[in-house]
Structure formats: structure tokens, C-alpha cells
Design a binder for this molecule. Structure first.
Ligand SMILES: *[C@@H]1O[C@H](CO)[C@@H](O)[C@H](O)[C@H]1NC(C)=O
Ligand SMILES: *[C@@H]1O[C@H](CO)[C@@H](O)[C@H](O)[C@H]1NC(C)=O
Ligand SMILES: *[C@@H]1O[C@H](CO)[C@@H](O)[C@H](O)[C@H]1NC(C)=O
Ligand SMILES: *[C@@H]1O[C@H](CO)[C@@H](O)[C@H](O)[C@H]1NC(C)=O
Ligand SMILES: *[C@@H]1O[C@H](CO)[C@@H](O)[C@H](O)[C@H]1NC(C)=O
Ligand SMILES: *[C@@H]1O[C@H](CO)[C@@H](O)[C@H](O)[C@H]1NC(C)=O
Ligand SMILES: *[C@@H]1O[C@H](CO)[C@@H](O)[C@H](O)[C@H]1NC(C)=O
Ligand SMILES: *[C@@H]1O[C@H](CO)[C@@H](O)[C@H](O)[C@H]1NC(C)=O
Ligand SMILES: *[C@@H]1O[C@H](CO)[C@@H](O)[C@H](O)[C@H]1NC(C)=O
Ligand SMILES: *[C@@H]1O[C@H](CO)[C@@H](O)[C@H](O)[C@H]1NC(C)=O
Length: 408
């Protein structure tokens, strides 16, 4: 009996110990979920850097930085919880600053970008777009080129003077660089883009509206960026695109926007016609004349092709000679004011994509000099949503098959 009691006591004790051990093992569990609920709070010297950044912002009408406060009072001491600040949930280092002004122009922050940002040496993502932060110098700060870990930099719509800082070429991890729409002051100039060639991981480059009128070798620079997927050079005052390239590196390029540049040379002499990976090609208002290149017919990845408003002062009308029949991915074809003349039935029959299923959703032939009658089979373009044939000289009645275009 005594023995039995002792044995029971021992097993009870064991049981208790076991449960206690289990409990102890479970201990880290709640601690871990606490961790995900509140990741490590921010690093003091990084908080100081952010406060110095705020100090250099002289006006913040939208209150983007209102939550950035040192005191524990109304503000939040943990800078990782400040608006627009994202920290690594592992190390507490600031990884992202998302300070885009998403409101109207009057909501832009004003002031300058404090060099204190350099203390954030783990920063990967910096978005200051639509703010007015170039200070009295009006220039883009060169020191941003020392934020080595940046892979995303968005300074879009920040008005600045002068050139693009070559120091940005030190940002070797850069993947998304957006310096577009910054020319409000009409005084940007960049003569040398060779620093770009050091951004060997860049996928997205947007220089819309940056004045590149004196950069003659821009094609060569871009061709040194084989990882590029998206390239925007709209309204850059580029002088021409008729350079020749011995070897095409841009085999990943999916989107090219070169619209609003006055190239003023024959269309066929442009260097980009054999980038067959292109899905989006925007060449609106580039003052290129002459025939469309035959190579266009082999750009079978194209989904959007915009050749509208292409004419130069001589206003030579052209007949469509390029066969687009194999462009089976084409969804948008914009030939608005492309100075086309000739028989529209012939254009539909022999030049436009005739694929099954047909993906063409938007066809704009507005303001050309096309003549003749619409073909009966137009009803086979079953995906059409927008069809613009205005300001031509088309005759005859509307084919009955148009009634099949239920999405029109
Ligand atoms: C950290 O955050 C990422 C994404 O926000 C999440 O996938 C990951 O699980 C988090 N890690 C920890 C340790 O909380
Ligand atoms: C950049 O990031 C890596 C890893 O995230 C980190 O080890 C390094 O210290 C960071 N800073 C610099 C300046 O490279
Ligand atoms: C940069 O910011 C602008 C405006 O805020 C935005 O439209 C654009 O998509 C951004 N660029 C990238 C690469 O995210
Ligand atoms: C670019 O503009 C700045 C002033 O904004 C001027 O000092 C500089 O000489 C200009 N450079 C060129 C090449 O025009
Ligand atoms: C950054 O780039 C500039 C100009 O391209 C160069 O002179 C400088 O040495 C570079 N700095 C670093 C730290 O690499
Ligand atoms: C671009 O810069 C050139 C030379 O610096 C200048 O002549 C031209 O007017 C500028 N273009 C625009 C649109 O500002
Ligand atoms: C193609 O890209 C590589 C890597 O950037 C470069 O070394 C090479 O010179 C480029 N070729 C041409 C013809 O630009
Ligand atoms: C591009 O096309 C031109 C003219 O058709 C040709 O001379 C050149 O070799 C082509 N380049 C590549 C890389 O295919
Ligand atoms: C390229 O076009 C320009 C006009 O934009 C012209 O002056 C130049 O002679 C052309 N160059 C070649 C090689 O065709
Ligand atoms: C359209 O056709 C009419 C009659 O054939 C002709 O007088 C007129 O010049 C043509 N307009 C255009 C823009 O071709």
C-alpha cells in the first residue's frame, strides 16, 4: 500500500514535471507570436536620421510626416510605425520610405532632402515622388548615389534644375529608377548618360520629360542594360533614333515609349525594330516619315502598337506596305493620323492581324485618307471594343456583320 502510494506519487510527479516541461517548451511560442505582432522597434540612430529628414522639410501640407515624433506623447516612438516607414521585421533596420504625395500639387512637401538619409544604409526603397524637395539649389542630391542598397528610387515629378547626377551610377542594386516628369522648370540638361551602364540589374527606367537633347549615344547606353524590361523616354527632346547597333542586347525589353521626340528621319532607319520581345511600343508623335518597316511584321509579341501622329512637315502620305497579319497578340493598334492612304478593304484584308481568336480590341484609323468600302468580314474582329474610322473617305454602307461586334 505504502509502496503503491509512493509509486502513484512518483508518477504524479512525473506527470507534473512532464506538463511543466511542455509548458516551458511552449513558452517561446507566445513570445514568437508577440514578435510578429510587434517586430523589433526602430534603431535609435535611424530614428534620429528620419527626424533630421523631417527637419529639412519646411512644408508638409498633407501631414505625411505628422506621425514622425520623438516624444512618446501623441506620437509613436517606434519609428517603424511612422507613416511611410517600413522596417525589416527581423533586424529593425529601415528598409522602405514611401512618401509619395498622392494628393494634388498643393499637398506636396517642400524643402530639401537631408543627407541624414545616408544613415539608413539598409534602405532599399525610396519614393519621394510628387514632392518639391530639391531645396534652394534646385538640383537632385548627388548623395543619394551612396545609398548602396537602393533597388527602387522614385523621384518622379520632383522639379529640378541641371543634370542627372552621375553618382546614381553607384546604385548597383537598382532595379526601378523613375526620374520622370521633373522638367517643370524647363531647365534640365544631361549630356552624359554613361553612368547608367553601371546599373546592371535595372529593369525599369523612366526618364520621361528629362531633356536629353545633347545625348547622342542614348541607344548605345540603353543597349548596355540587358536586364531592362521597361524603358520610358517620352518627350526627352531626343534628336534621332537612326543610329545603328551591331548587336542587340535588349532581349528582355517589353515596353518602349519614345513618343513625343522629333526624330525627323525615315521610320525604317530606327534602331529598335528588331527588339522582338516588345509587347508595348509607343511611337506617338515622333515625326518619322516614310514606310513602316517590314520588321514590324515579325514583332509577334506586340500587344499595343501606337504609331499615331507620325508625319513630318513635308506631309507625305504613305500606303501601308507592312504586313501585320501575324501579330496575333495585338490588342491595340493606333494609326490615328499616320498619313495612310489607299483602299481600306485592302488594308483590312492584307495588312491587319487576322488571327483566330482575334484579340484586337482597339483599332484607330482616324484622320487618314483611306478610301473604298469596309470589308464584309469585319464582323470577325470579335474582340473589338473601339473602332475609329473617322475623317477618312470611306464609301458604301456599313457591313451587316458589324452587328456581330457585341463588345463594340
Ligand atoms: C516579416 O514580414 C514578411 C512580409 O511582410 C513576412 O512574410 C515574414 O513572415 C515576416 N517575418 C517574421 C519573422 O515575422
Ligand atoms: C545592405 O543590405 C545588406 C543585407 O540586407 C546588409 O548586410 C548591408 O549592411 C546593407 N548596407 C550596405 C551599405 O550594404
Ligand atoms: C513613381 O511615382 C509615380 C507618381 O507617384 C508613379 O506614377 C510611378 O508609377 C512610380 N514609378 C514606379 C516605377 O513605381
Ligand atoms: C546645364 O545646366 C546648368 C544650369 O542649370 C549649367 O550650369 C550647365 O552648364 C548646363 N550644362 C549644359 C551641358 O548645358
Ligand atoms: C560614385 O560615383 C562617382 C561618379 O560617378 C564617383 O566619382 C565616386 O567615386 C563614386 N563613389 C563611390 C562611393 O563609389
Ligand atoms: C533641351 O535642352 C536644349 C539644350 O540645352 C535646349 O536648347 C532645349 O530648348 C531644351 N528643350 C526643352 C524642351 O526644354
Ligand atoms: C551588351 O551588354 C553587355 C553587358 O552590359 C556589354 O558588356 C556589351 O558591351 C553590350 N554590347 C553592346 C553591343 O552594346
Ligand atoms: C536588326 O536588324 C538590322 C536590319 O534589319 C540588322 O542589320 C541587324 O543585324 C539586326 N540586329 C539583330 C541583333 O538582330
Ligand atoms: C539621322 O537623322 C538625322 C535627322 O534626325 C539626320 O540629320 C542624320 O543625318 C541621320 N543619320 C543617319 C546615319 O541617317
Ligand atoms: C474624298 O472623296 C471625294 C470624292 O471622291 C474627293 O473629292 C475628296 O477630295 C476626297 N477627300 C480626301 C481627303 O481624299
Amino acid at each position: 500500500m505504502h509502496r503503491l502510494a509512493a509509486a502513484m506519487l512518483v508518477s504524479l510527479l512525473c506527470c507534473f514535471l512532464f506538463i511543466a516541461t511542455l509548458k516551458a517548451q511552449q513558452q517561446p511560442q507566445p513570445a514568437a507570436s508577440d514578435n510578429t505582432a510587434s517586430p523589433p522597434s526602430c534603431i535609435p540612430h535611424e530614428r534620429d536620421a528620419l527626424l533630421a529628414f523631417k527637419h529639412a522639410v519646411t512644408s508638409d501640407p498633407a501631414g505625411l510626416l505628422t506621425s514622425w515624433r520623438r516624444d512618446g506623447g501623441h506620437g509613436e516612438q517606434d519609428c517603424c510605425r511612422w507613416r511611410g516607414v517600413r522596417c525589416s521585421n527581423r533586424t529593425g533596420h529601415v528598409h522602405e520610405l514611401r512618401l509619395r504625395n498622392t494628393r494634388e500639387e498643393a499637398a506636396a512637401m517642400e524643402g530639401k532632402i537631408s543627407p541624414s538619409l545616408l544613415a539608413l544604409d539598409h534602405l532599399e526603397h525610396l519614393d519621394l515622388s510628387w514632392n518639391d524637395l530639391t531645396g534652394p539649389s534646385g538640383r537632385l542630391p548627388e548623395f543619394l548615389g551612396s545609398l548602396k542598397n537602393l533597388s527602387y528610387l522614385n523621384l518622379s515629378s520632383i522639379p529640378f534644375y541641371g543634370g542627372l547626377p552621375p553618382q546614381f551610377g553607384n546604385l548597383s542594386r537598382m532595379q526601378y529608377l523613375d526620374l520622370s516628369n521633373s522638367n517643370f522648370r524647363g531647365d534640365t540638361n544631361s549630356t552624359d548618360l554613361s553612368w547608367l551602364t553601371r546599373l546592371s540589374s535595372i529593369q525599369y527606367l523612366n526618364l520621361d520629360l528629362v531633356n536629353l537633347s545633347t545625348v547622342v549615344d542614348w541607344h548605345h547606353v540603353m543597349n548596355m542594360l540587358p536586364s531592362l524590361r521597361v524603358l520610358h523616354l517620352s518627350d526627352c527632346s531626343l534628336a534621332s533614333a537612326n543610329q545603328s547597333l551591331p548587336h542587340l542586347n535588349l532581349t528582355n525589353l517589353e515596353e518602349l515609349d519614345a513618343s513625343w521626340n522629333s526624330f525627323d528621319h525615315p521610320m525604317v532607319t530606327s534602331w529598335f525594330w528588331n527588339i522582338t520581345s516588345l509587347r508595348y511600343l509607343y511611337l506617338h508623335a515622333t515625326s518619322m516619315y516614310g514606310q513602316f518597316p517590314d520588321a514590324l511584321g515579325d514583332m509577334t509579341s506586340l500587344q499595343v502598337l501606337d504609331l499615331s501622329y507620325n508625319y513630318n512637315n513635308d506631309e507625305k502620305y504613305r500606303i501601308m506596305t507592312t504586313d501585320l497579319k501575324n501579330l496575333c497578340n495585338l490588342e491595340v493598334l493606333n494609326l490615328d493620323w499616320a498619313l495612310l492612304y489607299g483602299d481600306i478593304a485592302e488594308l483590312f484584308r492584307n495588312k491587319l492581324p487576322r488571327c483566330s481568336p482575334n484579340k484586337l480590341q482597339e483599332l484607330d484609323l482616324n484622320w487618314n485618307q483611306l478610301t473604298g468600302m469596309l470589308p464584309r468580314w469585319i464582323g470577325q474582329l470579335t474582340s473589338l471594343v473601339i473602332l475609329n474610322l473617322g475623317r477618312n473617305n470611306i464609301t458604301g454602307s456599313l457591313p451587316i456583320s458589324v452587328g456581330q461586334l457585341t463588345g463594340l
